[in-house]
Design a protein around this ligand. Sequence first.
Ligand code: BES
Ligand code: ZN
Ligand code: ZN
Length: 492
Amino acid sequence: MLSFNTSLSPNSNAFALFVSEKYEYKDPRSILSKDTSKKVNLFLRSLKEKSQKDEISSFDISEKKKCFIIKIKAKHEKSYFEEVGGSFYTYVKSYKTINLIDIYADSLNDDKEKLCKNFSEFIFGVNLKSYTFNKYKTSKKEKIGSNVECKIVTINKKSIENNYKYYSSIKEGIFLTRDLVSEPPNILNPKTYVQEIKKLSKLGLKIKAYNEKELKKLGLNALLGVGLGSDNETYLVTIEWNGKKGSKEKPLAFVGKGVCFDTGGISLKPPRFMEEMKYDMAGSAVVVGLLKSLALRKAKINAVGVVGLVENMPGGKAQRPGDIVKSYSGKTIEILNTDAEGRLVLADALSFTEKKYKPKFIIDLATLTGAIIMSLGEEYAGLFSNDDELSENIFQSSKNVNEKVWRLPLHKNYDKLMNSTIADVQNINYVGGAGAITAAQFLQRFILNKTPWAHLDIAGMAFSKKAANLNPGGATGFGVRLLNNLVKEYYE
Ligand code: BES
Ligand code: ZN
Ligand code: ZN
């Protein structure tokens, strides 16, 4: 919810003003008092003289009030205003005492349409950065945090509210993704995850959860094999959004890896940082968050999300290295390493999605390999695709929203490395090297009908100990904005 004002509040501890690169600002209704604008002009002159490079600066307008100056570039990238919003929030937070701030939206531009769009993006950035996950803090002080309340000073309330609706639906999706990824693995297991997803049916999403009995009957044995060592039941959930009512148009399909915890199974992981493997369900959380956003903004498309939810544990019934499973596609898989479980989950989820929905395309997301972190670190997600057009669209969208992806190759020579001596395919490559690529080659074998497909390996992007401009650290929600933009720009 945005909160508005038509003039500066007497009790705020700060106000923010947008200025151009030439340090000029608009005050269309002269809401700044003579004294205030005099002080502002003096400060702006000093910034100009110093040819101050900083985007944001501030000074004390009185003992009780600060003034923040946000300098806006004339030429900028598409996601510029969001980034400025993020930087602004970080800057304001560095002043611990500020809790109520007036942001003078109308100082941004005199073109009303531009103003409302750009300002909505700015607030979107502020909100993304202000996310917190503190439900497990018991001290009141930490729970409430030192949140900053922003009041928007404008005469364009209706128009900003209308513009912001779109961004708010994306924000809600991202926050859901972040919440799900942040939950500890004793709370978010496949069953409780299903319950969370089912809550979304009130938005008009059609949700079906397949339990183990149903999955067995259907033959999703690659997925089921991963869950054998866990006491928690495995599920596959489909989430359908029918935004193009009455149309038989093929849906866009999004598939996510939802390993609620990845111990590695019998091929057990070393203890150091194993706790991070709670975020091994991030791919699925992006799919869930994306579908929430699409439903909230009533996107005029048909889409389906499919997530495989499972826990990879080393129990007495666990799958062993050496086991062979028959996947939903009919292909047999030799399990050489039980820690390469994400691809087993996706193998069945991909073939199932392709067969059941005959989608226009399938995009899967997964925290699939450590190898992608070796290649691209925490800057780019790995993109793999069998289709140049789909790949190019994803790449352009990634630039539009500054969620960066980099395409890596698929090639028959990598594919060969996944041939098993006694089954159709093996789940790891023993030659060594190209770990993210061979994982993608494995996935490609489960696209049976040449459906345009792309795989995003988000292992380096889903979670970060460091804060970034649009998130406070922890779960990032990477992928929701990217895929929402893809839908909006190319398929809606
Ligand atoms: N969940 C991991 C991948 C991962 C690693 C995600 C680090 C996020 C951070 C995946 O299931 C895995 O264990 N992959 C193995 C594959 C290997 C056994 C071929 C890996 O990358 O080491
Ligand atoms: Zn693993
Ligand atoms: Zn995993």
